[in-house]
Write a protein that binds this ligand. Sequence first.
Ligand code: NAP
Length: 470
Amino acid sequence: MNLSCYLAGKPIASNRHLAVNNPYHGKAVGSVTLAGREQTDAAIVEALNWREPPTRFQRSQILEKARNLLETRNEEFARLITAESGLCLRETRYEVGRALEVLRFAAMEALRDDGQIFSCDVSPQGKARKIFTLREPLGCAVCITPFNHPLNQVAHKLAPAIAAGTPVVLKPSEKTPLTAIRFAELLYEAGLPGPMLSVLLGATAEVAEPLVRDPRVDLVSFTGSGAVGKRIAATAGYKRLVLELGGNDPLIVLDDADLDLAVALAAEGSYRNSGQRCTAVKRILVQETIAGEFTRRLVGKSEEYPCGDPMEDATRVGTVIDEQAAIYLETVVKESVASGARVLIGGDRRGALFPPTVIANVPRDCRMVTCESFGPLAPIITVRDLDDAIALANSTEYGLSSGVVTGSLEKAIACVKRLRCGNVNINEVPGYRVENSPFGGIKDSGLGIKEGVIEAIKCFSFVKTFSLAW
Ligand code: NAP
């Protein structure tokens, strides 16, 4: 599959190509032509010159048609994501389902006017006037996306932007560019005017960095690592920023938890998407009185997650994104063992495959749990009580999401109030959300500005007010 970047809806011809290989067997999956500095500038100009935003009805129709097209090609997209990312089909079929929901919610929201009316005769100094609010599209938004949900991360930026009528220059991950480009082609086919979307890949210094720095860009909406997010914050200058960054989310398991539920959530939270979710369970904080039984059951549960060929229907954990990522996981596991932790199942890397791995007796200060480990690791740390669990949960730089397993409403409410993060899920995995609910983190996980279809539409638009004598 040989694809092109797109400048305002037209394929870019270039003699520079990016090769994409399958992380499982290393064979070629496809290639993409690369853009340079000239096309980066042209993409911004095309977006800014676009003066014919579709009506709300037309935007909704484009999104609805895109949803229908994606539904008829769901298996094709799932297989493409699997081929370039190594995520197993179980995960990539689920991801296509999520993207369908994003498109549906965005199509609905495109029709909804959230304008407000303020009467001005409400104070002694008031006048017989009314103030009205309306939303206007931005001139140009830049969206930069990561590899771990190659379709859904792109859909979560583009669908709300289309609903808002805002032209976008998209820079997808160079590890998973094929899905992003096929999705852009699907949007053009659904009727998206070319100038409303350019898709560029190329050297960071020629594409991503100039897009971030350009003063004509109104918004940079970035999802990715904390390191790159902070770099963007330092260089973007005077423009709106949405930063959705990494996490090391805890699953807190208290002594009154339903243990079967806790074990199921720990396994799903740690292993889904090969553990490569910003909201994956990256630390399991278990009350010490139940830690032995919980650990024994989690080891058993982990055997239900076969790791292997991502294209096999029976596989539940495919590869991580590349061999380098698997080597990193191997390194942090070995470091934890050197500090006293014990690997109870898994831990043995084969190429880019890293199996579900339960690690017990994990010290609180090892890199595996203080930093973000992006893989199917289930590190168990024991805690004395609720206060200890909350203090430990809050002790890292991140603040994305969290899960708490407890039978006590009182303890659940204490966690909602005291956990310093963007989302708290009681008796659920930290990653639980629906595609139109507000989502996003604080601290090093983000600036507290939420995404999710409804909130993202607000980010992709300005509110203008006007007033009239009334
Ligand atoms: P990454 O390395 O930060 O890359 C993300 C994107 O930024 C890629 O498109 C990358 O391009 C681009 N980039 C790299 N250097 C840049 C620069 N100097 N200026 C502008 N853009 C630049 O992240 P990743 O490894 O792809 O994704 C995993 C990370 O994303 C994890 O930390 C995960 O937690 C986080 N994430 C967060 C959320 C959330 O909602 N909070 C959701 C999903 C993932 P290249 O591919 O060309 O390097």
